[in-house]
Design a protein around this ligand. Structure first.
Ligand SMILES: [Zn+2]
Length: 485
């Protein structure tokens, strides 16, 4: 049987169409066998479970699973022509239609240099509210930049963290995260009410927002210059760039459950050691410093809201809270075709298992509701989708911040002379059994925690075993508990 494959030869050359058969070993065939492109595995007529099983099987084979479409029963893979051919015997696999193929990034999207310039421009334009921080440097020496957005007052406010582009080819994600900064700052400046709800100035009087629009500028540079399907960073092995999957490199449960790969050549390569990469370290060190009460990390694609944890069958002990907020977030986000909304779930429930991810790590360190958002339905969406995507996500992230604040408990611990106390904070319904970090008040004696509605027993333990217990009932109203130890 002769099968026609359409594959992408490289970012610069357009596309190559070749005919594959058992005798197709000519020059064209060989070259095309190395070239990466988008392929769809068609599972029409199969159950949703069968689609999930196939996606999991592809991930375990080390294949690059780009997305899963449950409605159309399709799994999209980024493959070389050769690998695609090897799957043919078992699956209905076809190259994505010609109109779905992009040979280079639309130049209107932000390059790494433009992302950096934009952050500096925002800080220059809104000096009272915004400050750029270099939180690290990549393997190739590019700065990893964060923007801190806050009103200039001395009140200690909880932080919320947003980041984008752990994965180099997910070009919509820095656009969304830059937009978060721009929206908050524009509206804080004008003090006007904005479409997505309360005035940003009001929002910023209650919260600090940190954005890291582009965690992986080295990888994105590769996407702009040589390989639009590049996913990893620019980590080198024996002088050659092979890359680490930054969203499999976080220390918490690193390499725990076959949710990543130990082979440098694979797209889900977890790196030589836990937290080895400068990009990953930049994010988790920043998180250690700001102790976020909530975290959204933007990825593409699949129109999903994914909650911790990523390993098969593993739930956090705050699954009720995560489900509640994650579902509301998913329901606030319509799909690009307008027919439905984003799907909520744990990664192993709706996609495939993963380990060493940023959302799992940040949840485990701070008990912060943390979600990976998979946006759009391709890595290289048409630029015309940018504006509608930013707009719908404004509703999502603003709702997220509002929900966090509404369900937040502030615990303030001091001693009899009024000095802040560094204390262990525990809740009866939260059991740390997977290596999560214990909750502690900071040097100002404060601990912020978002909790599900309902009753829990709060226990605070200070130096010399001094202890205080109090029952707390959360009812979608922020609460402050002052404790003297
Ligand atoms: Zn991603």
């Amino acid at each position: 049987m002769r099968v026609v494959f359409t594959v992408l030869a490289s970012a610069s050359a357009a596309l190559v169409i070749f005919v594959s058969s058992s005798s197709a070993h000519g020059e064209l065939g060989r070259r095309a066998a190395d070239a990466k492109g988008r392929y769809v595995v068609d599972l029409a007529g199969e159950s949703e479970g069968a689609v999930r099983k196939a996606a999991g099987a592809f991930a375990r084979l080390g294949l690059d699973v780009a997305g899963v479409d449950y409605r159309q029963r399709r799994v999209e893979l980024i493959l070389t022509g050769g690998t695609a051919r090897s799957l043919e015997a078992k699956y209905h696999i076809r190259p994505l239609s010609v109109e779905g193929i992009v040979s280079a990034v639309d130049p209107r999207y932000h390059t790494p240099e433009q992302v950096a310039a934009k952050l500096k421009e925002l800080a220059d334009r809104y000096p009272r509210f915004a400050k750029v921080h270099e939180i690290g440097r990549t393997t190739e020496g590019r700065p990893i930049l964060a923007l801190e957005i806050a009103t200039p007052d001395p009140v200690l406010k909880p932080a919320v963290l947003f980041d984008g582009m752990h994965h180099a080819r997910e070009i919509m994600t820095p656009e969304i995260v830059l937009d978060i900064g721009e929206q908050l700052l524009q509206n804080a400046k004008e003090g006007s009410r904005v479409r997505f709800g309360p005035a940003a100035a009001d929002l910023l009087s209650r919260v600090r927002v940190w954005i890291v629009p582009q965690v992986n500028p080295d990888g994105n540079n590769i996407v702009w210059t040589s390989d639009i399907w590049w996913r990893k960073n620019a980590w080198r092995k024996k002088g050659k760039v092979t890359g680490v999957d930054l969203n499999r490199n976080y220390p918490f449960q690193w390499g725990k459950c076959k949710g990543s790969s130990g082979s440098p050549g694979q797209d889900a390569f977890r790196g030589p050691s836990a937290g080895s990469e400068p990009e990953t370290e930049a994010v988790f060190r920043l998180a250690d410093r700001i102790r976020p009460i909530g975290y959204l990390t933007y990825h593409s694609f699949g129109e999903l809201v994914l909650a911790p944890y990523g390993c098969q069958g593993q739930f956090t002990s705050e699954n009720e809270l995560l489900t509640r907020i994650g579902k509301a977030l998913a329901e606030s986000l319509p799909t690009d075709d307008g027919r439905s909304h984003y799907t909520y779930g744990l990664s192993w429930e709706v996609l495939y298992q993963n380990d060493g991810t940023s959302a799992d790590h940040i949840f485990a360190q701070f008990g912060a509701p943390s979600y990976a958002l998979e946006v759009n339905t391709s890595f290289q969406p048409s630029y015309s989708l940018r504006e509608p995507t930013l707009q719908k996500h404004r509703v999502g992230w603003a709702l997220f911040i509002e929900t966090l604040l509404k369900n937040m408990l502030t615990v303030r611990v001091k001693d009899e002379s009024g000095r802040p106390v560094k204390a262990l904070v525990e809740f009866s319904h939260i059991v740390h059994k997977a290596g999560e970090r214990a909750f502690m008040t900071d040097e100002t004696g404060v601990f912020f925690k978002v909790l599900a509605p309902g009753q829990t027993l709060l226990r605070v333990t200070g130096p010399e075993g001094r202890r205080h217990e109090v029952s707390v009932t959360m009812n979608e109203e922020p609460q402050v508990i002052e404790i003297t130890l």
